[in-house]
Design a protein around this ligand. Sequence first.
Ligand SMILES: Nc1ncnc2c1ncn2[C@@H]1O[C@H](COP(=O)(O)OP(=O)(O)OP(=O)(O)O)[C@@H](O)[C@H]1O
Length: 419
Amino acid sequence: MELLSQMWSLLGLAHPYSYFDVPEFLGSASVDPNELYRHVHLYLHRRLLLHPPLPPPRLTLSSSPVSFSLSPNNSVEDSFSGHRILWTHHSDTLQDSLEERRSFSLRLPKWHSPSLLLPYLSQLSAAARDIDLSSRDRRIYTNSSASSHCSWTSVPFRHPATFLTLALPPDLRSFFLSDLSSFAVGRDFYARIGRPWKRGYFLHGPPGSGKSSLIAAMANHLAYDVYDLELTRVPHNSALKSLLLQTTPRSIIVIEDIDCSLRLTADRSRSKKRKASTSPPCSDEDEESGERVTLSGLLNFTDGLWSCCGEERIVVFTTNYKQQIDPALLRPGRMDVHVQLGPCGSHVLREMVVRYIGEAAAEEMMPVAERSLADGATMTPAEVGEVLLRNRDAPETAVRELIAELNADLLGGSGGRVD
Ligand SMILES: Nc1ncnc2c1ncn2[C@@H]1O[C@H](COP(=O)(O)OP(=O)(O)OP(=O)(O)O)[C@@H](O)[C@H]1O
């Protein structure tokens, strides 16, 4: 690059473009050169796939998806704010060594380069992060046995639930879509207000009301990994901290059935009794002996000092029995969003019937079903799904069975709401 610039000045010509050794140029800015290199690589790869230049770059065919690669000294064009931008791939072999050094050089119009470079690179990094998110293989982790060294094991996460496949009351669906999306782009907001970039959801409702499916839809919507934390396998608070430290950003940490994971309420009431007697505040015996996970350990995990290691994380607690949860876990400021899921309302029921057996069946059954629902009949989405699934090739039977089950159950119910 330097050589090229010198050639232009030797020839006495006004050099129309500026070349940048990007990491050097950004030396004073807080940019990680390795991360930037990776972003440039991802971005150019996607660009080559979408806009192959002429003559086309080398095409690599293998069992994995088709991919283009840019041979050394070849360039790929981009544009930004109406200006032409050129990336060139370089590959040099170091003297006295077989090691190959690869780099990209960026060429920008000279007179605009100071104002273009940083906005262009930050746009490129944002695009690369999106590509990264949408293409990476996501995983679901679970904590392994209750040995003193707790760790996570994982498998690929391929749950099919999304906010399109789940039947939800429209206001709940739009609440989740906008709440999750604004969380995902909230880095600057959380930094500005001085809070860790995390969000807590507390989902409660009867078995089969869709709590796990909703978590899967959240993870799919954000393209996050899932850490399914089995508290009964965590031997003590230090192990809980260690597990937390091992989680990665852009993840959802889930504790299902929090009411039966631990006897947290019992811990709490014992602790209260102790406080009323002679023990000093917070002197939880279990915590002192370090023998098990306590309520205070869990609270520290959700919103204490340890909660802010790592960023862009969502914590979800679920329970079938909200009344059995210690109020300390639910007090304002602890879990940001409380959502009650329940038996199907008429909207959810209709949506499920349409999706499983078609519009005509829904038209036929909804007037009768709505009367039963108004009279207090309840069925959870899981119960409705079961009837529809086993009769998916016989819509008339499905309708008949659903109406019969609704009439057999005349208790009250809602369809789900944000508390
Ligand atoms: N809103 C929904 N739309 C479509 N199907 C649903 C919905 N909610 C639940 N289901 C179906 O019901 C079944 C059970 O759902 P899920 O496991 O999410 O419920 P849950 O509330 O987590 O139950 P549990 O408390 O027993 O763990 C799943 O097969 C799921 O596909």
